[in-house]
Ligand binder design. Sequence first.
Ligand code: FES
Ligand code: MG
Length: 589
Amino acid sequence: AAGDGNGGGAGGNGQAGEGRRSAHWFGAEGRAGMLYRSWMRGQGFGPEVFDGRPVIGIATTWSELAPCNSHLHRVAEAVKRGVWQAGGFPLEFPVLATGETLMRPTAMLYRNLLAMEAEELIRANPLDGVVLLSGCDKTTPGLLMGAASVDLPAVMVTGGPMLNGKYRGGDVGSGTHVWKFEAEIKAGRMSEREAQLAEGCMARSNGHCMTMGTASTMACMAEALGMQLPGSAAWPAVDARRMEVAQEAGRRICEIVEEGLRPSRILTREAFENAIRTNAAIGGSTNAIIHLTALAGRVGVELSLDDFDALARDVPTIVDLMPSGRFLMEDFCYAGGLPVVLRQLDEAGLLHSGALTVTGRGMGENVKEAVCWNTEVIRPMAEPMQPAGTGTAVLRGNLCPDGAVIKQSAASPELLRHVGRALVFDSPEQYHAVCDDDALDVTPGDVLVIRGAGPKGYPGMPEVANVPLPAKLLRAGVSDMVRISDGRMSGTGFGTVVLHVSPEAAVGGPLALVRTGDRIELDVPARRLELLVPEEELARRRAEWRPPAAPDDGGYRWLYREHVMQADQGVDFGFLRGARGHDVPRDSH
Ligand code: FES
Ligand code: MG
């Protein structure tokens, strides 16, 4: 398997000693070799680590500013044990930690920067293989995208979910309950003091969100794609077996280097189809659509928005987790985790069982002995939580010529076909400024349009589409309204929310032409989203439309606005599409 081309002029991977990529550094003669080795020995490594063994990078998104990833240094220690056991030389290095909770204006603005940094660091250094440590939402796709573009042997180890939140005898889901508590507080049913207690009970250990939000979804996607070891997605962050699987990944990456098993052999069209169907089965986050599309663009796999709808249509949702269902990731883990779901898909003929994975075997082979220990949490295919065809739907229509998505399982069934009056806001801030005002002219049948939240317009396409309902409606007991946005929704969020409207308002998509008082028709069973305004009137508005002035800010945000692609293209930078391989760069010494 070694040396099949993509390694470029430096010789591929998979040959011992001399032929390794790392040998260009540590095996070098003369002054340069001395220089490479000497500084490494300053860390206390003996000369034996330069004997031609595989050098394994451990790319970690550890940071105290990304609380979901704050335990990854411990996971890295476990990976290192495995690498040493298998005769490799592990070296941990930090990459951008994109934490959802603190980063402004949105962690999504930095996913591509993480991908770019990971790609460049892997290529620039004496590495033969890499283990990718992620956790919080954007860290998993960012690392996968970067690793795919370098295409050096790679295994992902996600950091695992937090323990289930517990408050007053009940389960509390991270993210999901923030929305619920907010509504309770606004409706006057929860006191400040109770809210303070509850926030401490929600996040009670290291780990990422333990709902089936974006982090858990992307961990499952990494496993369904074949990029992390079977069962990896679900072990809680603080479970001893999380460390065990990390150690196993450390051993396995050394073998993978010998086998020359690179991401391009794993990330095939079949792997993406497996991931898309898995996402439907687990009731995963809408954000997976954007991240999988971006990743597919890195490896040259054609994937359109319509593939997501078509592939998911025959898959029922069988995992009963918040935000759509009842349970949390700990329950999912104890029920058997993702291998159970994959096995059930396989038995239903919905899995490409031959798709190659980091185990070196096909996906079907990996999961053929998986057993379900709790059929409430992971239902049998014949008794699903949601029937096939009711997962995330892709909409088309004059309001979203390049598509939009809606997570049906998080929506109210009675709103899936709805005609209402548009109430338009040019930014989430504009809405927030008036949503608690009792004078706001709004009725439960209205359609809230939140625009200016797209990739270019915000910039960064934040998770703001599921804005809370106006306070006066909440007090009246209204629990859902149709919302439409060019932004995203947190994977832990819920409601009848149309997301990812493309093209976005900031580039002159039809969303920019909507005015308060217009009528909008949503028909999810027919996959339609229409602005009920005559075309002549729309043409008149289009002629009057002027793009919003771009801020004169320069820097990374300028780069982002210049190069970011729309939601249906995965919000990657155009210039980052494709793989650039792992040739050994020229020497500066
Ligand atoms: Fe990090 Fe949810 S905030 S995973
Ligand atoms: Mg999120």
